[in-house]
Ligand binder design. Structure first.
Ligand SMILES: Nc1ncnc2c1ncn2[C@@H]1O[C@H](COP(=O)(O)OP(=O)(O)OP(=O)(O)O)[C@@H](O)[C@H]1O
Length: 307
């Protein structure tokens, strides 16, 4: 087993009477994409800033790439990459000038042009920063965060504000970084992003860890039901449906029926057999297993009961 890239033990950080981080422990393996999730105010930014060396801690142990970030100084900062949400850019610089400048600050460097190609800004190389779109700027953020060829990258909500196509392209790029062996600590509010990218996910609530698992593990541990839904066929009533393990619920005022079940195969079989026997269709029949978002909402107590 390789040495973990990040070790956090019993980390505590308080602001007055608020314990923003309240006894947090986890490790991140080398080469892993590790996502920190949690509602607003859960302590993600505080944790990440402590790991980056930009915030003091009140208690606990932290080791990142073998350094204590609190005392690692420049030697430590040169080893990590940080992609901030909105770095203040020199608007008059071109993309190439800015990336070259950033690269020159580090002893271990990427080739500026390769970096620009990696983030797919090759055709914007000589364009001034002020003329970039929001999504292109975020890709430039990423190039700047990678300037020192870091072994560890902190990615703070990397796709906030991206359109869906740009988000998917960013995911491919992040996966490419993983392929290069970069360890990534990711914070995000997009559960689909965590599901797609993260090897493991930590869920924080009020400064404490409430779950730590692979996205699949988290879904499975939630023991949430699969939802079968369909339109009630014309002439059929809720009471006329076959016996199912989960009671069918009709949407208020509509004809959509939902069955929450832990035996989706058996219940779907009963429903379709019943419909076929009766010569009925089940319009919009769908069988949806719980998503990471469902598991997350249940864990953080944020599930909305409205269905
Ligand atoms: N500089 C500060 N002074 C006082 N309280 C702070 C400070 N920074 C954060 N806090 C408090 O610490 C708690 C955790 O904040 P933090 O920013 O770490 O949460 P977060 O999980 O990153 O939230 P978000 O998803 O909104 O970014 C919150 O209650 C917040 O109000």
């Amino acid at each position: 087993m390789s040495t973990p890239a990040i070790v956090v033990r019993d980390l505590v950080r308080a602001y007055g009477s608020v314990r923003a981080v309240d006894g947090l422990s986890f490790t991140v393996d080398e080469g892993e994409i590790f996502a920190l999730l949690g509602p607003n105010g859960a302590g993600k930014t505080t944790t990440v800033e402590i790991l980056e060396g930009y915030r003091d801690r009140d208690g606990g142990e932290v080791s990142v790439l073998g350094f204590d970030p609190a005392t690692g100084g420049t030697a430590y900062r040169e080893r990590i990459g940080i992609v901030l949400q909105s770095a203040g850019f020199e608007e008059e610089f071109t993309v190439r000038e800015l990336v070259r400048l950033q690269v020159s600050l580090y002893p271990r460097r990427h080739d500026p042009d390769e970096l620009i190609d990696l983030v797919e800004l090759g055709d914007k190389r000589n364009v001034r920063v002020k003329a970039l779109s929001g999504g292109q700027r975020r890709r430039l953020d990423l190039a700047l965060g990678l300037a020192g060829a870091p072994g560890l990258l902190f990615l703070d909500e990397p796709t906030t504000g991206f359109d869906p196509a740009a988000r998917r392209r960013a995911w491919v790029l992040i996966e490419r970084l993983r392929g290069l062996g970069t360890t990534i600590l990711l914070t995000t509010h997009y559960l689909e992003e965590a599901q797609r990218l993260a090897d493991r996910v930590a869920v924080l609530v009020a400064g404490r860890l409430v779950a730590l698992s692979s996205p699949e593990g988290l879904r499975a541990e939630g023991r949430l039901p699969t939802v079968i839904s369909f339109e009630l066929p014309a002439g059929a009533t809720l009471g006329g449906l076959p016996a199912l393990t989960g009671p069918p619920e009709a949407e208020a005022g509509g004809r959509t029926v939902r069955v929450r079940t832990h035996s989706p195969l058996a219940d779907t079989g009963r429903l379709t057999a019943w419909a076929l026997d009766a010569g009925l269709d089940l319009p919009d029949l769908a069988v949806e297993p719980p998503t990471l978002e469902d598991a997350y909402l249940a864990l953080t107590g944020e599930a909305d009961d409205g269905g």
